[in-house]
Design a protein around this ligand. Sequence first.
Ligand code: ADP
Length: 270
Amino acid sequence: REHLTLQIAITIYGENERLLWVRDISRLRQLEQMRKDFVSNASHELRTPLTVLQGYLETFIDMGDVLPERMHRPLQQMQAQTRRMTNLVNDLMLLTRLDGDDDRRGDMQVYVRQLLESIVEDAQALSGDKHHQIELNIETEADLMGDPNSLRSAFSNLVFNAVHYTPENGQIIVSWRQDERFAYMSVEDSGIGIEARHIPRLTERFYRVNVSHSTATGGTGLGLAIVKHALQIHDGTLDISSEVGKGSTFTCRFPVKNLYQQQEEQLAEE
Ligand code: ADP
């Protein structure tokens, strides 16, 4: 075989006995890779036909008055569904990219203040008639080191979820702070909340608490899986706390060694 992957474990029994386990997991790895390649190729192939469909639908919708009245609604529905499918395909592609075996982190400076400001601006637009009060608290000027695109996806998924799952006039607080060991990006909302039993499963692909609500908001069920993987490649973790009817808080925690400033200072000290 080209690549042999072995899993080795040692079990210790009492004082003198040791059991060494060696398992050949090459086939398992190979199957896993085939699954990833399939999802990646399939979503890539779906993109072109979707773009064509979307383009024609927009043209039809723009024609407006020329078309008979009874065609307006079906066309709009077709456009909404094509958009949903495009979101799904994009999310699947992003997820397979993040789930790759290589180190995808990169070492670019990610300007957290700018990033969060632009996400909050988009969130205000998304909130629209729901008139949420969205607050941004930046308590540290520290920046992250890593991949700006995947961090943007992670943070925007959390903020947009807060908008989707918070009723009218609710409050959303986005913050960025740090202590000696960690930096925290958190999103707190006064939304519908999540029952405790769902929380451990939220980052699974396609796991949703309420499918109809999530579909109505245009969700793909992949958002939190993307967040999890994007954080993982930055050595980050996601903590979720929530109370039904009161709201939820999603906190991303990054070790200080992943901060850009600290990294520079450390290098200077060495
Ligand atoms: P979706 O695209 O369905 O929003 P996500 O992976 O982003 O998928 O989230 C998974 C599920 O977690 C959602 O369907 C929703 O039930 C729940 N959820 C996520 N964020 C929130 C939130 N801020 N408040 C309440 N429920 C949430």
